[in-house]
Design a protein around this ligand. Structure first.
Ligand code: NAP
Length: 485
């Protein structure tokens, strides 16, 4: 199966590798095999990958990932409730720091004990569900250990984090606290208010422990236990999930437990408690279109956002003509379709290589220009909007930089195309330009970049017989051959 894996400890970017031939996990009697649809990473994955708890970790190599959402494809003989086809989610490691599984959730399949899983809330997508288990279990268990909270006040330190956003919502809706405050950085104050906090404290501007208001319960999701105890009412409780503990505070380490997920199911399905991915949806998430498979959807976002935003910035396009340079690419194919169907352009033209003309016509373009045979910029037709998804403009400026002075490029072209410096020969039926000038081919590698200028100049000087060099690659070959000769 395919999986992300590390063979030595280090940071994500240094050690995590995508592998295509890892072994499928063995399914124990009390486990199910899950076809992973979505997995999520938590801070503990990074700490583990760095090797901070080697002594209690499994041996390398490791597939990371505690959180998973997916579909049950196989059940062990002692599995009681779950069956094949169930959509489930959970934190696959009962204890995060003690012998976590070697084959984690960043893989096509993962094997998990039934007791660690819950049925995926029906209103949540797989990625939304995958982001929840470890964080929501931590928040729930830590708050539960603080005793009944109804009618009490709760302060959450780190309210904008994965655990913090859930602690706020659980305190409010599940444990029915009467007042919820939280700390966060300046940019997230509004976000916390949208979660329903009564008081959002900007930790970059205020010291929460110096405020006159004290709280029945302080939930420390940051590692500020020494300060947290100062914000506690007399007789109150402080629970911390990270860092040094200052009495009377106590620490909570999550224990993966499917029954917590089941208990929270009504709150999640009713939308009272939301995953932060859903809360942040407007900034970077969208629900997957139902008719698209996950791989189909995964190929879209960056390209389609680029195409949409770039075209949108060109102003209303209805009734206008649009030329897309690079129509066969990821961004290009989407730009063609968006220009026509979303923005209502009246005519869409595009450039592509010879083999893709039919493909682009099948996308509905009115004019497909083969850039290996024609220069779109010399066509008589001009367009209201040109979308450059190829980068010629950029390349020309690079050429100019290469030569320090764009004028020199033009001189170079003139040198190549001066009839005095060139002869024409027919070789194997191919009309070939032979260059007599010495300097011009020293820079052959940039020929592509100014082939438009060159072509124009050759046409002017030699007439139409040089159609053969319309393709800049052919031109390059011909010229370089005659030079070597
Ligand atoms: N004990 C356990 O079982 C357990 C379980 C899960 C997680 N953890 C630990 O708990 C911590 C939080 O986990 P997470 O998944 O929520 O991480 P996370 O999503 O990365 O959140 C961390 C948050 O901390 C906030 N923050 C940083 N400095 C702050 C400060 N001085 N005051 C207030 N907020 C501050 C950041 O928000 P701003 O942008 O507003 O700064 C950020 O949103 C991690 O250290 C993790 O290792 C422990």
């Amino acid at each position: 199966m395919k999986a992300w894996m590390y063979h030595e400890h280090g940071s994500f970017t240094d050690v995590l590798k995508f592998e295509t031939k890892t072994s499928l996990p063995q399914v124990k009697d009390d486990q199910v095999l899950i076809k992973v649809v979505a997995a999520a990473l938590n801070p503990v994955d990074a700490v583990r990958m760095l090797g901070f708890f080697k002594a209690t970790d499994c041996p390398l190599p490791t597939i990371p990932g505690y959180d998973v959402a997916g579909v049950v494809v196989k059940v062990g003989p002692q599995v009681k409730q779950l069956k094949e086809g169930d959509e489930v989610y959970g934190n696959i490691n009962e204890k995060p720091l003690e012998d976590p599984k070697q084959l984690g959730s960043l893989a096509e399949y993962t094997a998990v004990e039934e007791k660690l899983l819950g049925l995926k809330p029906t209103n949540l997508s797989f990625p939304e569900a995958a982001g929840l288990p470890l964080a929501v279990e931590t928040a729930y268990q830590a708050l539960e250990r603080c005793g009944p909270l109804d009618g009490k006040s709760v302060l959450v330190l780190g309210g904008a984090g994965g655990v913090g956003t859930l602690a706020i919502q659980l305190a409010r809706h599940v444990f029915v606290a009467s007042r919820v405050a939280a700390t966060c950085s300046s940019g997230k104050l509004e976000f916390l208010k949208s979660l329903g906090v009564d008081l959002a404290i900007d930790y970059t501007k205020e010291n929460f422990e110096e405020l006159p208001e004290k709280f029945d319960v302080v939930f420390d999701g940051v590692g500020q236990c020494d300060k947290a105890v100062k914000a506690m009412k007399e007789g109150g409780k402080v629970v911390s999930i990270i860092g040094e503990i200052t009495p009377p505070a106590f620490q909570h380490i999550v224990i993966s437990d499917g029954s917590v997920l089941e208990k929270l199911n009504p709150f999640l399905e009713s939308g009272k408690v939301k995953p932060s991915t859903q809360l942040l949806k407007r900034s970077c998430w969208g629900l997957k279109p139902k008719n698209l498979s996950f791989p189909e959807a995964a190929g879209l976002p960056l390209a389609i956002e680029t195409a949409y935003q770039a075209l949108e910035r060109c102003g209303p396009l209805d009734g206008k003509s649009v030329l897309i340079m690079g129509g066969a690419g990821g961004v290009g194919t989407l730009s063609i379709q968006i220009a026509e169907h979303v923005f209502g352009a009246s005519r869409v033209a595009t450039t592509c290589s010879s083999g893709k003309l039919e493909f682009l016509k099948s996308l509905g373009v009115d004019l497909a220009i083969d850039y290996t045979k024609e220069n779109f910029e010399y066509l008589p037709e001009k367009f209201d909007v040109v979308f450059d998804a190829v980068g010629h403009v950029h390349q020309i400026s690079e050429v100019a930089q290469l030569y320090d002075d764009a004028q020199e490029v033009v001189e170079e072209v003139n040198l190549i195309s001066d009839p005095q410096n060139a002869t024409v020969e027919v070789i194997n039926g191919l009309e070939v330009l032979k260059i007599a000038a010495g300097r011009c081919l020293r820079e052959v590698e940039i020929l592509n970049d100014y082939s438009g200028l060159l072509r124009e100049s050759l046409r002017n000087n030699f007439g139409s017989i040089y159609r053969v060099i319309v393709d800049s690659h052919t031109a390059f070959k011909c010229l370089s051959w005659s030079w070597r000769d």
